[in-house]
Ligand binder design. Structure first.
Ligand code: XMP
Length: 526
């Protein structure tokens, strides 16, 4: 996805590490690992690398891995000038192969075919790049090609059984190359190698910490929003829009106007919680728009999941637009956009991936709003947003809140959405949350919630036969929602949740547990 460069209070500082993405599965992980070292990093695509280099003035470059072969005619191309900028360069896997080929070496298919997985590494030069690294450690390989002839002036720093050039370098020019992946957890001392490169060899300053980020963000917002500028921000109560709101509020005070849209699909006490925190405690200008009737009336009779999502997305935009236009002088739009939403990346498979669900959130506003974007989180990963949220003193319950989708309970209320179903789902969901959190189980879960399945089943309550619906429970663990595994809670907690739902909530005759992983299932049911 190619994004225009924009000044929006979200660009990082100069210096740091520029990462060129050759289509690597682990590219974002490299960026996060560098940031964990306290050093700013930014990802770019090969075609824009020199342009980004000029804008960013990095102190080091990392060339990522990638799924292609450097000798293929349509392999990703990078301007060789990146090697002549006088900054240290680290090539990882494809990045090493590209560097080797560019500097006069040779790359050929690995003799035994692809080499994947755990490999023993033998360190030959235990200093500089490999300072402190175990002499005989384990690294994680994943490559089909390898460097078969080193470029002039390169030396071998470490080798492995299948790969004599596992770590190579031309220290006089600060060029380093790895045939394995230092960024993955399975590589022992991988983070140490990155630290040696980033801190000792490239001499990057470790100034990327939550405290400094907050101050820089506040200043950037002040600089962007003129002394009299007004900002409108769609607040959902989630981590991203909340942290963005607090930063912008600290920068410009009540020239920030937050809009919270109650779509009637919220969880129990959600709206109250947002009002209590942002209006009562932080004294922000918060407008709560109760549009629930509009949403629910337009959703009447609609059962198709995609149609539901589209209707909800469209009404949200209409409501937000009309509220924003009512705020005089508001020329700026605040959003909690994160770095993974805007990273320029190379698709490993070429072409766009197919749409599984049309996601909607408060960041999904159309471009035709004709407002200047204020996106203070635009260069941050989620864990960094949480860290700066904590730094600014936002309540832990908000910072560690489980993700809640933009279309709200609609994606968990199957079939036609009615007030009765929402009422029951809200009550069941509150029980799931309460019992999960009471036992502290939520710390190991990504999400935990209830789903309303409108399938009548027979039950018996008191002495009477009932014919009511099914409440499914969903507990999942995940690191990024791309994949997820199903989970359950201790049997006693599961019993209590089931019994409370069947006794306290009207409408359910049965409680089930969803034991599907993603893929092939998705986390939400619609
Ligand atoms: P799925 O169901 O696709 O969900 O496995 C992956 C993650 O995304 C969340 N989700 C959404 N978030 N707007 C959002 O802001 C949406 O439309 C939306 N749909 C799903 C879901 O809760 C899970 O964390």
């Amino acid at each position: 996805m190619s994004q225009p460069l924009q000044v929006n209070g979200g660009e990082g500082p100069s210096g740091g590490v520029l990462i060129v993405d050759f289509g690597a599965q682990y590219c974002q992980l490299i960026a996060r690992r560098v940031r964990e070292l306290g050093v700013y990093s930014r990802i770019t695509v090969p075609e824009r690398a020199m342009f980004t280099f000029a804008a960013m003035r990095p102190k080091a470059v990392i060339l990522s891995g990638g799924p292609r072969s450097v000798y293929e005619h349509d392999a990703p191309k990078l301007d060789g000038a990146i090697l002549q900028q006088g900054v240290p360069v680290l090539g990882i896997c494809y990045g090493l192969q590209w560097m080797a080929q560019n500097l006069g070496g040779q790359v050929t298919p690995a003799q035994s075919g692809a080499e994947y997985g755990r490999t023993a590494l033998e360190v030959i030069e235990p200093q500089g790049f490999l300072q402190g690294v175990q002499k005989n450690g384990i690294v994680w390989m994943s490559h089909g090609d390898k460097v078969s002839k080193l470029p002039p002036h390169f030396q071998v720093l470490a080798k492995s059984e299948p790969c004599p050039f596992a770590v190579v370098a031309d220290p006089s020019r600060f060029f380093y190359g790895l045939q394995f992946h230092p960024e993955v957890a399975h590589t022992q001392d991988g983070q140490l190698m990155l630290a040696n490169f980033v801190r000792n060899i490239a001499k990057c300053t470790a100034d990327w910490d939550p405290g400094q980020i907050v101050e820089r963000k506040i200043q950037a917002v002040k600089d962007l929003v003129t002394p009299t500028g007004e900002v409108v921000l769609g607040l959902s109560g989630g981590v991203d829009s909340s942290v963005a709101a607090v930063i912008i509020h600290r920068a410009i005070g009540n020239r920030l106007h937050c809009v919270f849209v109650d779509n009637g699909l919220l969880r129990k006490d959600e709206r109250m919680g947002v009002e209590a925190l942002f209006r009562d405690e932080y004294h922000m200008d918060l407008k709560v728009v109760d549009a629930s009737e509009r949403f629910l009336s337009q959703l009447k009779g609609v059962v198709d999941p995609e149609q539901k999502r589209k209707i909800i997305g469209k009404i949200f935009v209409d409501v937000f637009k009309s509220e924003a236009s009512g705020i005089k002088n508001a020329k700026f739009l605040g959003q909690g956009t994160l770095y993974p939403d805007v990273i320029e990346s190379v698709s490993a498979h070429g072409g766009a991936t197919s749409t599984i669900k049309s996601h909607h959130n408060v960041g999904g506003l159309p471009k035709d709003l004709d407002m200047t974007l204020v996106e203070p989180l635009r260069d941050l990963f989620k864990d960094e947003v949480r860290a700066i949220g904590r730094q600014m003193g936002l309540p832990p319950a908000l910072i560690d809140r489980q993700p809640f989708p933009g279309p709200g309970l609609s994606v968990r209320c199957l079939g036609e959405i009615t007030q009765e179903k929402l009422f029951a789902l809200r009550a069941a969901d509150a029980i799931v949350r309460e019992e999960t959190e009471k036992g502290g189980h939520h710390h190991r879960l990504w999400q935990y919630f209830a789903v309303y399945v409108p399938q009548k089943t027979v039950g018996v309550k008191g002495d009477a036969r009932v014919y009511e619906d099914v409440c499914m429970l969903r507990f999942v663990s995940s690191v990024d929602a791309m994949t997820a595994d199903w989970e359950m809670l201790p049997i006693e907690t599961m019993r209590r949740i089931s019994s409370r739902i069947l006794n306290e909530v009207k409408g359910f005759a049965r409680v089930g547990l969803d034991i599907s992983s993603k893929p092939p299932a998705t986390i939400e049911w619609e």
